[in-house]
Design a protein around this ligand. Structure first.
Ligand SMILES: [Zn+2]
Length: 113
């Protein structure tokens, strides 16, 4: 996957910047506030992005309706990412719980900082 130079400009909304065929093709470095789809554009299997907490962990969500749990990505507006339901990451040291709506992160009240 080739990332256009302007995608590295930091002040952009959460958005989908591209698609890869398989998970091992996801770039190691992703621009700020960007997400990548894995699979076909019409029916992606995964969406991957770096967590908005910015501690450097990557989030990978299943978007394949056959498996549970799965997330719905609004593909009609790739430039303003909307995911549902919320993302609730629980790691060893932290919890990251937020909504992604129209390109913006809305943190839930129960996150750890
Ligand atoms: Zn996080």
């Amino acid at each position: 996957m080739k990332i256009s130079w302007w995608q590295w400009w930091p002040f952009q909304k959460w958005r989908i910047i591209g698609k890869v065929e398989s998970a091992d093709e996801i770039p190691d470095a992703l621009p700020r506030n960007s997400a990548v789809l894995v699979g076909s554009a019409a029916t992606p299997k995964w969406i991957a992005f770096d967590c908005p907490c910015r501690t450097g962990h990557r989030i990978m969500l299943n978007t394949d309706r056959i498996r549970l749990p799965h997330w719905r990505v609004d593909l009609s507006e790739p430039s303003r990412l909307t995911l549902s339901p919320s993302v609730d990451f629980r790691g060893d040291r932290r919890r990251c719980h937020y909504f992604v709506r129209a390109g913006k992160i809305v943190w839930a009240g129960d996150r750890d900082r």
